[in-house]
Design a protein around this ligand. Structure first.
Ligand SMILES: [Zn+2]
Length: 161
């Protein structure tokens, strides 16, 4: 009977098992790579489900396998916008709680942002600056934080013509 007390078997979800979650996680991982480059990509972990009708519980975990927070809503796996919302929220919870830091952070206001639908796409929303009374704003679409970062460019000595 000792098996009763064993930790449930967890497994790494393979690419293609949940295609929309894969796509969503790829977008979120782009944002992670540009904001926390020391972190490896997030991954999906599966654990046995105790609900009839749910094959397994899936979590968004750090590259080292740690995760925190809620199961990814199983009903989100076949609708793109729901999938991205569920994955972004789960990723944020795992990164924030496991690494003890707000993520992702708005560079303008130094505030943690949250996923919100805007103009038909899921975006990172910042509450704005209380002190300077700046309004809430949308920073970038989820997956598009890299567009805000301007990496230092090597100086080329261009010799045109
Ligand atoms: Zn902001």
């Amino acid at each position: 009977m000792s098996a009763l007390f064993d930790l449930p078997e967890r497994r790494r979800v393979l690419p293609g098992e949940y295609p929309l979650w894969d796509e969503a996680l790829a977008l979120v991982n782009r944002d992670l790579a540009v904001t926390l480059p020391a972190q490896g990509p997030l991954q999906l972990l599966g654990l046995p489900s105790y609900d009839e009708g749910v094959a397994e519980y899936v979590y968004v975990a750090l590259a080292n396998g740690e995760w925190h927070g809620s199961v990814v809503d199983p009903d989100s796996s076949d609708t793109a916008v729901l999938a991205l919302t569920a994955i972004a929220e789960a990723a944020q919870e795992t990164v924030t709680e496991c690494l003890w830091q707000a993520w992702p952070v708005c560079d303008e206001h130094d505030l943690g942002m949250h996923p919100r639908g805007a103009d038909g796409q899921l975006s990172w929303w910042c509450a704005g600056g209380n002190i300077r009374r700046e309004p809430a704003h949308i920073r970038a679409a989820v997956g598009d934080l890299a567009s805000l970062v301007r990496p230092p460019r090597p100086h080329h000595n261009r010799r045109d013509g």
